[in-house]
Design a protein around this ligand. Structure first.
Ligand code: ADE
Length: 245
């Protein structure tokens, strides 16, 4: 996968992209990430990238030219047509499903504004997706794009050592992940559930599925869609609901 990030603050990305899984993913050549300062594309002799809004009002608006030109340039070099993703609080709310969808692409371009709004023509003629990472306003799209890049890159083949490790993630299965324990079996008198020490894999899987459902019911009941549950899960669900009544 190729990822381009258009920003006025490329240095914001150095820490995040040069550590842990993002670093490993690039070393393994699962992804090539280039952070580009779109001010470099400004045709203006002062390298300006924003201007006052037509009709008046507070704040500045990012002008179309540097962003149109930067995206055109990246598309010229591209083998396939990229998804062009605008970071903004008005966008579609980001989910694990969207991360999985983006992980199937060959090329993503992120556009990050900072403080300013975007000239509407950028939305209309350049962008394929507008994404928000939640219902709150950040000072810019940079942090939001880092969140998305991280969640997409970890899904690429060969990035997480154990292929299975993201298949059971919270949300991937539609439910929150079950509780996990490691050694010691007893710590300060607090014990690991007996079933996990039993060696009975069928029982362990059953416990995990049930606990995953319990956790989802307690924390995110909105994720439970009854018609998608198996007969067994429906039975557990009614048991769990009785427990909390
Ligand atoms: N830019 C500012 N706030 C944002 C948000 N919540 N999501 C994505 N981009 C943003």
């Amino acid at each position: 996968m190729k990822i381009n990030i258009l920003t006025l603050f490329p240095d914001m990305f150095t820490g995040v992209l040069q550590h842990s899984m993002m670093k490993i993913a690039q070393e393994r050549e699962a992804v090539q990430i280039d952070v580009i300062n779109f001010r470099d594309y400004s045709a203006n002799r002062h390298k300006n990238v924003d201007d006052y809004p037509y009709g008046g009002g507070a704040g500045m608006v990012l002008t179309p030219q540097p962003i149109f030109d930067a995206v055109d340039h990246l598309k010229e070099e591209a083998a396939s047509s990229p998804r062009v993703i605008l970071m903004c609080p008005q966008g579609e709310r980001f989910t694990q499903k969207k991360a999985e969808e983006l992980a199937r692409e060959d090329h993503l371009i992120f556009i990050c504004g900072h403080y300013e709004g975007y000239d509407e023509r950028i939305r209309e003629y350049v962008v394929t997706d507008e994404i928000s990472i939640g219902d709150y306003v950040l000072t810019g799209g940079e942090l939001a794009s880092m969140v998305i890049v991280d969640s997409v890159v970890r899904l690429l083949p060969d990035v997480l050592g154990n292929e299975a490790s993201h298949k059971k993630d919270s949300f991937s299965t539609g439910y929150l992940e079950h509780p996990q324990y490691t050694r010691p079996a007893e710590y300060r008198g607090y014990k690991v559930p007996d079933v996990l020490l039993s060696g009975n894999h069928k029982k362990i899987e059953e416990w995990r599925s049930k606990e995953s459902l319990r956790r989802t019911l307690n924390r995110r009941p909105d994720l439970i869609i009854e018609e998608n549950l198996t007969q067994e899960q429906k039975k557990w669900l009614s048991e769990l609901q009785k427990e909390t009544d």
